[in-house]
Design a protein around this ligand. Structure first.
Ligand code: SF4
Length: 343
C-alpha cells in the first residue's frame, strides 16, 4: 500500500544565468535527484544534511512552492504535480510551512491577529468573527495572551515569534507541516520549548511533519525516521534509533561526530567531520558524490554511483562500502539531555 505522502523520483533542476541577448544558460544546479520516500499520517520525517544539500528545496518541492523537473508528489493518492493552481487550493490548506526566521515571513506592519488570520482570509475560510476567535484560541494554545492579537511581531522575542508563526501555519487546520529549521537561532531553552510544543501539537492534531534541520539532536528528538541528504540525493534513510545507533553511510557517521556523546550513546560508528567544502551542485563529482571527502573512498567510488539499497528493515544506504553495524541501535526516548538541561 502506498504511503499517505508519497514522493517518487523527484528531481529539481535550476538553470543558471539565462539572461542577456542570447539567453544562454551558464549551467544547471542539480538541487534534487531521484528522491523517494513516504510519510504516514501523524509521522515525522527528519531531513538532515549540510547547507546546500537540498533539504529546504525538498520541503518546498513537496508543498509545490518549487516546481519539480521530474517525479511526483502524491498526497492521499492525488498527484499534486499534475494539478492546476486552482485544483491545488484545497491541498494548500492541508500543507503549511514554518520558516527558520518567522520575522522574514511576517509583515511587520500587520498585527499578530491579522498575521494569523491571513491564510484564512486568503483561502476564504470562515467569517471575520470566526477567524478572530480561531486566531485568539490558537494564540492561547501557543502559550501567548489573547491581547497579542492587537500587538505587532516586533514587540515579541524570537521564540514568541516562532510560536506566532506556528499558530499562523495551524490556522487552516493542515495535516502536514514542513518545518524548515524552526529552532535555529533560538537559545537552547527556547529550542526545547518549541520542540516540546511541536510534539504536543502533533499528538493533539494528528499532524505529520517534515522536520528540516542541521541539528541532528533536535531531529532525533522529534522524528521517527531520518533521511540524510548530500548534494541533492538521499544517501541514507532509516528509523531514528537505527540511524543514530548504527549509521551505515560514512557521511552520516561524520555527522555523528558533531552530536553530543549522550545523544550518540557511545556505541555508534562515527568518523571525523568531512574536510573541505561541499562540491558544487552545478558540477557534482562523478560516481559517489561524497568520494572527494570520504575517508573510506576506493577507486570504484569515483566511477560508479551507488544506489540506495536495503541493509536492514527500513534502513537504506547508498554506499559501496557501508559501515558495519556496531551494537544494538538505541531508541531515543526523552529530550536530548543538552536540551533538557536548558529547560
Ligand atoms: Fe565513501 Fe565510497 Fe561509500 Fe561513497 S561509496 S560513501 S566514497 S565508501
Amino acid at each position: 500500500m502506498k504511503p499517505w505522502l508519497d514522493v517518487e523520483g523527484l528531481d529539481v533542476r535550476f538553470t543558471l544565468g539565462e539572461g542577456g541577448l542570447l539567453r544562454r544558460s551558464q549551467g544547471t544546479i542539480h538541487a534534487l535527484s531521484d528522491i523517494h520516500f513516504g510519510l504516514e499520517r501523524g509521522e515525522t520525517m527528519g531531513l538532515i544534511g549540510e547547507s546546500g544539500s537540498g533539504k529546504s528545496t525538498l520541503g518546498r518541492a513537496i508543498l509545490r512552492l518549487v516546481r519539480p523537473t521530474a517525479g511526483e508528489v502524491r498526497l492521499g493518492g492525488v498527484n499534486l504535480s499534475a494539478l492546476s493552481e486552482r485544483e491545488m487550493r484545497p491541498y494548500r490548506q492541508q500543507m503549511q510551512m514554518v520558516f527558520q526566521d518567522p520575522f522574514d515571513s511576517m509583515n511587520a506592519r500587520m498585527t499578530v491577529g491579522q498575521i494569523i488570520m491571513e491564510p484564512l482570509r486568503l483561502q476564504g475560510i470562515g467569517r471575520t468573527g470566526e477567524r478572530r476567535e480561531k486566531a485568539a484560541a490558537l494564540l492561547e494554545r501557543m502559550g501567548l495572551d489573547r491581547r497579542a492579537m492587537h500587538r505587532y511581531p516586533g514587540q515579541y522575542s524570537g521564540g514568541q515569534r516562532q510560536r506566532i508563526a506556528i499558530a499562523r501555519a495551524l490556522s487552516t487546520a493542515p495535516r502536514l507541516l514542513v518545518l524548515d529549521e524552526p529552532t535555529s537561532g533560538l537559545d537552547v531553552s527556547m529550542q526545547a520549548r518549541i520542540l516540546n510544543l511541536l510534539r504536543d501539537l502533533q499528538g493533539e492534531m494528528a499532524l505529520s511533519y517534515i522536520f528540516i534541520s542541521h541539528d541532528l539532536g533536535a531531529v532525533a528528538y522529534l522524528a521517527q525516521r531520518i533521511a540524510v541528504l548530500y548534494l541533492g540525493r538521499i544517501v541514507e534513510i532509516a528509523p531514528t534509533g537505527t540511524l543514530i545507533g548504527a549509521p551505515a553511510h560514512p557521511y552520516t557517521a561524520s555527522l555523528m561526530d558533531a552530536l553530543p556523546l549522550m545523544v550518540r550513546r557511545g556505541e555508534a560508528a562515527h568518523l571525523p567531520l568531512p574536510v573541505g567544502e561541499s562540491p558544487s551542485p552545478v558540477h557534482p563529482p562523478s560516481g559517489c558524490a561524497f568520494h572527494t571527502r570520504c575517508p573510506r573512498a576506493e577507486p570504484r567510488c569515483g566511477m560508479e554511483r551507488p544506489s540506495l539499497r536495503s541493509v536492514s528493515a527500513g534502513h537504506q544506504v547508498a554506499c559501496h562500502f557501508p559501515l558495519a553495524r556496531m551494537g544494538n541501535p538505541p531508541t531515543p526516548a526523552g529530550l536530548p539531555p543538552y536540551y533538557a538541561a536548558g529547560g
